[in-house]
Design a protein around this ligand. Structure first.
Ligand code: SF4
Ligand code: SF4
Length: 78
């Protein structure tokens, strides 16, 4: 049976995010960056860079969601 590539995607709740950027530092694929715009609380939230990617690299490893102190990240695996 052919090995299928693990695919994942995340959703970051930008209004819950406090911009600590721990998720940015742990993503092994470097898929999270700081947003250019502030949220309603005035923080620059984290942003997932693969929303419309043709060749997604997120593996759904959950490192970002696990380290987030504010539970602002949901991980989905396809
Ligand atoms: S689930 Fe893993 S690969 Fe995907 S964005 Fe989070 S840390 Fe990066
Ligand atoms: S770890 Fe959570 S609170 Fe910190 S920047 Fe990432 S999503 Fe925002």
């Amino acid at each position: 049976m052919p090995k299928t590539k693990k695919r994942g995607r995340i959703i970051i709740d930008r209004e819950i995010c406090k911009g600590c950027l721990l998720c940015v530092s742990v993503c092994p694929m470097e898929l999270i960056k700081v947003s250019n715009d502030t949220n309603d609380k005035g923080y620059y939230p984290a942003e997932f860079m693969e929303l419309n990617s043709e060749d997604p690299k997120c593996t759904g490893c959950c490192a970002c969601a696990t380290i987030c102190p504010d539970i602002a990240i949901e991980v989905y695996r396809d």
